[in-house]
Write a new protein. Sequence first.
Length: 457
Amino acid sequence: MVPRNWLPFGALLLALALRGLPLPATASTNHHVILITIDGLAGFYLSDEQAPIPTLRRLAKEGAVAEGLRVSNPAVTWPNHTSLITGVHPEKHSVLFNGVLIRPGPGEPVRIESDRDQSELVAVPTLYDYMHHAGYRTAGINWPGTRGAKTLDDNFPDVPNPIRHTTPRLRAQLIGLGLLRDTEDESFLANSAAARDQIWTAAAVHLIQTRRPSLLLLHLLITDTVQHRHGPQTLAAYTALALADAHVDDIVRAVEAAGLRERTTIVVASDHGFVRPHKLVNPNVVFRKAGLQRPGPRRRAQAMSHGGTAFVYLTAPETREADRARVIELLREHEGIADILEPDKFAALHLPEPEHNPQMGDLLLVAKEGYAFSNESFEDDSLTEITFPVGSHGYLATNPNMNGVFVAWGRGIKPGPKLGVVEIIDVAPTIAGLLGQKLPHADGRIIRALLKEPLPR
């Protein structure tokens, strides 16, 4: 079962936080911010002359661009999309995987469940919660962690069954426009990854034309899918970047066609970078051979990979400390492992301690350069040679290859400031400021160097 000692805390905190905010008499609905994420768009692509991203480069030239966007640990999609929209790291917002990690019971294997509501995932108020409360229209298209979000007026969430959980009005309109075939998830999921990005972009364009949300969130995914399969800075990766860049241009054109150019800010960001590993480390093979994973469901130690890092779960309370020592002994000198971090090191990485959040591992494994972790248990060897290009992320956020992209353009943005590397938790407070609001529970700060002062009305 899902541990119940922490999941309701997010809903409770949200209710308490929003209860104390006064409702304005009239929301400032004449201003708009569109946050577009291009999944896996590494910061290094902006200086890569082979990267076909003319729209992004134009927005960067005309607006503000950072040297990089430093992401949260773990450097994966849902945790960092949640950092982008809450202004806090996973130690507070609680999203550590692309879903919720479940600890079924002593000695039983842990697992990830992605088909969960916002209230079960996110433990703090989000930017769209605050904006909705203040009377602004909000919308999310393929945004992680938003299933069942009551503060998104239009929602097409990033979940395993997205059509079922799309807001009814938007779903009916997308069917009427021919963007969706019907109300069945199977029909939508039959589309290619590239076609889904086209549908999500067209849905966002429809909202710009018809609803004009004050806050619109759009998550493009093809770049992540392709780089996992073919590796970064490959022909396939560049092709995916070209498609994503064209979709950003679709959004810019929709804003201009709607007559919103002078009232809209577009922010383009990404959730992590990418590297190409050459070998996989299989910690679960080590555990199986050492008797820490027995035939059947019994697993006293289990690694869950994020790519460049892996969480290790010690699931048997009666042997936990002995198992911890055994795991460290087994992996300390193992090829491809740079470090084994214990809970006293988690706070410095903005990760929770397992005693406060049972989704967190009891140990954190860090891969060396050129290596990544897998969840494989039944290989003969604890190392696997990768013989074809693939891509991975999830390395520590201090690895510069994990830096994402940050570009801001349009209303309120000062052209040409020198931003250096900005923090992912600063994005939400900055967007709130552009909309005339504050994000009181954020740890991040407004990136004032990119803003015109005072903001145009």
